[in-house]
Write a protein that binds this ligand. Structure first.
Ligand SMILES: Cc1cc2nc3c(=O)[nH]c(=O)nc-3n(C[C@H](O)[C@H](O)[C@H](O)COP(=O)(O)O)c2cc1C
Length: 225
């Protein structure tokens, strides 16, 4: 079982990463054989997406000065993914957004059939909005949300108390169960079908030469013939 944990918070000792570390430990307890990659995006200094759309054609980003293509491949090979970001201005962090744009996950359905856990923290308000935005990105990239953790906490306080620990434990247990079951729920399968056939496909097929890799990856996943 391969799992990737993405921390989009710039503070490795912050509340968001403390929750992610707890999830990492719990997964290890549930499934000692699991191979877990815990990525702190801040260490990778991801460059901004240039908007060239070359990845639609080639499946690769033209920027080779950071390790974002390795992260892309890691996500592709993962059975489940945990996405974490602190709430900044009722949204994900800029760091998380840069990562998201760089790993070209939506068009090529990189999260196809993968269960995902979403984590955010905030001080006052906005975490539900952040979780909804993250959920929409997961669904649109072919994945589904196995569990969500939103925790309101004053700056520099440890979020790992008894109540939150119980929540983190139950989300992790369900996540590992969903990976083992390996079956995307009906609503999310329907969502992917509509997204591909009604929205993406007509556009992509009109510009086939610009979307060679996207089309190939849909074929590989059995989304189109
Ligand atoms: C730039 C910035 C924007 C923020 N925006 C919000 C916000 O919209 N709502 C909120 O409740 N907290 C907001 N916060 C507080 C953080 O969400 C909160 O402290 C979070 O737990 C920090 O996560 P970390 O400890 O992992 O760094 C903001 C913090 C920063 C630095």
């Amino acid at each position: 079982m391969k799992i990737t944990i993405i921390n989009g918070g710039p503070r490795k000792n912050g509340a968001t990463n403390k929750i992610l570390i707890k999830i990492n430990e719990n997964i290890h307890k549930e499934s000692p054989e699991a191979e877990i990659n815990h990525i702190n995006l801040i260490d990778l200094h991801p460059a901004y997406c240039l908007g060239c759309q070359s990845c639609y054609k080639t499946g690769k980003c033209v920027i080779t000065t950071d390790n974002m293509e390795e992260i892309h491949d890691m996500l592709e090979q993962s059975d489940g993914i945990v996405f974490g970001s602190p709430t900044y201005s009722c949204n994900v962090s800029g760091l998380f957004k840069v990562f998201h744009s760089r790993v070209h996950m939506t068009d090529e359905q990189l999260l196809f059939n993968k269960p995902c856990v979403l984590v955010t923290t905030c001080e006052i308000t906005g975490m539900n909005k952040t979780l909804s935005l993250m959920k929409e990105r997961v669904l649109t990239a072919g994945g589904y949300v196995s569990g969500r953790i939103g925790i309101k906490i004053p700056l520099n306080e440890n979020p790992i108390n008894e109540e939150n620990e119980n929540k983190i434990d139950s989300v992790t247990k369900k996540f590992v169960k969903d990976i083992r079951r390996n079956r995307k729920p009906f609503f999310e399968r329907f969502y992917t079908y509509i997204a591909i056939n009604i929205f993406f496909k007509p556009f992509v097929m009109k510009n086939q030469d610009q979307h060679e890799y996207v089309i190939q990856s849909w074929k590989d996943k059995g989304l189109i013939k």
